[in-house]
Ligand binder design. Structure first.
Ligand SMILES: [Mg+2]
Length: 229
């Protein structure tokens, strides 16, 4: 059942179409291997916590992406007394990460289904080179009409200027006919709310919606999009 007539579907990438957690875990382990280091669950947990808090700072515009990507390894290596250049490690990690293109369950199927009826675009705060490469390797690229990565746009979700750029770049775009699909409250839902665009929350983690945010639809599996679209 189609509830509202949409034309443009704006998909977040990490943890919405891409299984970023899996890609990240594999890339981290391979990067450590490259430097003849062993990684354990403890290091992964610390890395995830450091990375998460730095991404929050990025969303709050307290740091830049360039600082974030190096600082996470700088802090990690400090904590474990690892004598490595964090910038060089980040370069290797990013290259390896760009080669990991694991998808969320149902991602390929839902893109194939939606492509017949809608114009699909990606909207991502990830690193441009990595996202483009993973898009190509994953096989999703053929379903998407365009890609918007914050690094290239100049602004990141939830900044309204990111969505203004997207609105202006998509031919015949009307925000009333657009739907954002994403997992993140702070970037996707906040961003869609800021821009006045409908949003479907892919809440597969079963989070509680923060006060002040609103969603039009909520799903816990990508296949449920077929009931909405
Ligand atoms: Mg995401």
């Amino acid at each position: 059942m189609s509830i509202k007539k949409y034309r443009f579907i704006l998909f977040d990438l990490d943890e919405t179409l891409f299984d970023f957690r899996k890609s990240e875990a594999v890339a981290l382990s391979k990067a450590f291997e490259l430097y003849h280091l062993t990684i354990d669950d403890d290091i992964v947990k610390v890395y995830n916590d450091l990375n998460f808090s730095l991404w929050k700072k990025l969303e709050d515009k307290k740091i830049t992406k360039d600082v974030l990507v190096v600082e996470r390894f700088n802090l990690l290596f400090e904590q474990y007394n690892i004598d490595l250049d964090p910038a060089a490690f980040e370069d290797d990690y990013q290259r390896i990460l760009s080669e990991q293109a694991y998808l969320m369950e149902g991602a390929m199927d839902i893109c194939r289904y939606l492509k017949r009826k809608y114009d699909l675009y990606s909207i991502s705060n990830g690193v441009a080179f990595t996202q483009h490469n993973r898009m190509r390797l994953s096989g999703l690229k053929v379903f998407l009409s365009g890609h918007f990565v914050s690094e290239e746009v100049g602004y990141a979700k939830p900044d309204i200027r990111f969505f203004k750029h997207v609105s202006q770049a998509i031919p015949s775009f009307q925000k009333e006919k657009a739907l954002v699909v994403g997992d993140s409250q702070s970037s996707d839902i906040q961003g869609a709310n800021n821009a006045g665009i409908d949003v479907c929350w892919y809440n597969y983690r079963g989070e509680t919606l923060q006060e002040g945010l609103s969603v039009n639809y909520c799903i816990n599996h990508l296949r449920s999009l077929k009931k909405i679209l």
